[in-house]
Write a protein that binds this ligand. Sequence first.
Ligand SMILES: C[S@@+](CC[C@H](N)C(=O)[O-])C[C@H]1O[C@@H](n2cnc3c(N)ncnc32)[C@H](O)[C@@H]1O
Length: 224
Amino acid sequence: MKIDVLTLFPQMFENFLKESMVGIAIKQNALSVKLTDIRDFAFNKHHKVDDYPYGGGSGMVMKPEPLYEAITKIKGDRNIPVIYFTPQGKLLNQSTVNKFSQIDEMIIVCGHYKEIDQRIRDTLITDEFSIGDYVLSGGEIPAMVMIDAVARLQNDVLGDIDSALSDSHQDGFLGCPHYTRPPEFMGHKVPDILLSGNHKNIEKWREQKSLEITKKNRPDLLED
Ligand SMILES: C[S@@+](CC[C@H](N)C(=O)[O-])C[C@H]1O[C@@H](n2cnc3c(N)ncnc32)[C@H](O)[C@@H]1O
């Protein structure tokens, strides 16, 4: 999978791309991430990428020309998703991540300041996603969220893909509790069932716990 990221802050990605599952995916050539500095496409005197909003109000708006130049140069005539992360987008969920993890190429545009010029959204952006109902300073962290979420689903990146498939949200429920050695820690024992060796009952217990946790923390998931 090849992901092009357009950002005003490419340095933010440096360590992120070397570590953990994303680093492994890149080392294994299951993923390649190319960073493009949007400022390199600001062909004005001071490489200005933002300007005051028409109609007044606070905050600066990312100018359309650098974004247009950068996106069209990278995209060429390929018909690939151009994703913009915004609090106004559809909430990113596991089923969308699963779908995008199967795609060969995508472009992610990181916004900053008050907003990007709407005309870029109207003409070049194919998908808009939010990573939650709160506001960050820029689209870099949402881009990292997407990169990490799709990287771990690439072939052979996780030692055991079943691990990803049994995580929260893959089957619509939240995950269950997990324990490792020692069997007793600060007076708290591992539930007997997990030491029983009875895999059928362990599976039932895990499903039950998943359901309880989902009911408690995310009853909205059960409505679906
Ligand atoms: C300060 S925010 C702009 C918020 C925008 N004025 C609004 O009210 O929706 C700057 C940029 O951060 C990114 N961003 C912030 N919060 C986000 C979220 N929850 N999900 C996805 N992207 C987000 C977007 O790219 C956005 O353009």
